[in-house]
Design a protein around this ligand. Sequence first.
Ligand SMILES: Cc1cc2nc3c(=O)[nH]c(=O)nc-3n(C[C@H](O)[C@H](O)[C@H](O)COP(=O)(O)OP(=O)(O)OC[C@H]3O[C@@H](n4cnc5c(N)ncnc54)[C@H](O)[C@@H]3O)c2cc1C
Length: 274
Amino acid sequence: MNVLLPDTLPQALELLSQNGDAVPMAGGTDLMVHWHVRPEAHQHTFVDLSRLEALKPLSWTADMLVLGGLTTYWDVIRDERTREEFPLLVDAARQVGAIQIQARGTWAGNIVNASPAADGVPVLMAYDAIVVLESRRGREQVPLDRFYSGYKQMRRRPDELIVAIHVPRRRYSYQVFEKVGSRRAQAIAKVGLAVTRSDAGWRVVAASVAPTIRRCPTVERLLETGAAVASPSDLLPAIAQDVAPIDDIRSTAHYRTRVMARLLYHDLRDFWGK
Ligand SMILES: Cc1cc2nc3c(=O)[nH]c(=O)nc-3n(C[C@H](O)[C@H](O)[C@H](O)COP(=O)(O)OP(=O)(O)OC[C@H]3O[C@@H](n4cnc5c(N)ncnc54)[C@H](O)[C@@H]3O)c2cc1C
């Protein structure tokens, strides 16, 4: 195992540009968990980001919350202002693993790990977060809802780091995060859901029901129209347009679809045309 320890962001970007196969490491809670079953990973070169102070702070501007490329769940849980303005970030952070994982795991790591069952990604997407990528060639910003192109496929080149995540500040009239797992803590989601409503409209984001975390445009449009929905089954045609759940070790496609419909119906019953 070869570990490089840059002290600054420019050094880290230089190392990534020189070592095409180098893997950035933040909290290591995804990378290290498979260590004993993936011996091929032992040959990789890792770029440990832990000394990059520039990526750590969580900060506020007039227009947005800025999460650094190394901001952890615990940083968000501790921030009173985030709790007030973006409560779903705190709800999701509190449901990631246990305190040890919340203290080490980062939001950027959650995005790049690209699990369809992630908890950080759906709430960020429901708040229209923007991923800020940087390499030696420069910076680019990608809306999180356009970041993934397929299972574990994303708009990040190997030499790019997520240096920040921008979360636009808006007035929200509705927000909810739901995670359904086999137990309350230390569980991977069978179904996840984040819903927000602001001046920008409805955002309905689903987890564990498709190869990537994704927005549900058909359900969003249904909410915008104020159409009447009398029961969870009335939502199934719209849900079928937006997601593609599978049977796997954690659940079945049938269960996932039904649970998603029930969550949407019961959480949003005040809005379904009544
Ligand atoms: C016991 C346990 C429980 C868990 N529970 C949950 C849970 O409930 N919900 C959940 O969503 N996740 C869970 N996880 C997964 C994990 O903790 C999260 O996905 C976490 O956010 C990963 O962040 P990290 O900093 O540890 O990433 P790392 O493991 O360091 O990296 C993950 C990936 O991101 C890349 N990466 C990291 N930072 C950057 C960056 N700044 N720029 C570019 N690439 C980067 C790495 O190269 C790697 O590909 C759990 C993990 C464990 C071990």
